[in-house]
Design a protein around this ligand. Structure first.
Ligand code: FES
Length: 102
């Protein structure tokens, strides 16, 4: 996991509360209060979704909820913008293909 371990505002890494989320069936660690996108990037995940027509990968781009490139299926709900959605304990996150319908 790649993270800033000591930050003047966020504090030290060991002071933050860790939780578990599941991404494509794999359990990973996240910090309470961070976004899904931040947790995924810290764990080496870059491809959040694939386009409907050309099946090209999309990931973190604007980081402010405007572009939809970070959309994923979260707890069974497609098109969740992961850059503006905070992680919650036990959250299940899946890569989205096209519109996210199964
Ligand atoms: S990165 Fe653009 S909406 Fe999330």
């Amino acid at each position: 996991m790649k993270r800033i371990i000591d930050h003047p505002i966020l504090g030290k890494e060991e002071e933050r509360e860790k939780i578990k989320i599941t991404v494509n069936g794999k359990s990973i660690s996240a910090y309470k209060g961070e976004t899904i996108a931040a947790a995924l990037i810290a764990n080496g995940c870059r491809d959040f979704s694939y386009t409907r027509r050309f099946h090209l990968p999309r990931g973190f781009f604007c980081g402010i909820g405007q572009c939809t490139d970070c959309s994923m299926i979260v707890n069974g709900v497609p098109n969740i913008r992961t850059c503006v959605t905070r992680v919650e304990e036990g959250m299940i996150i899946e890569t989205q293909y096209g519109y996210g319908k199964k």
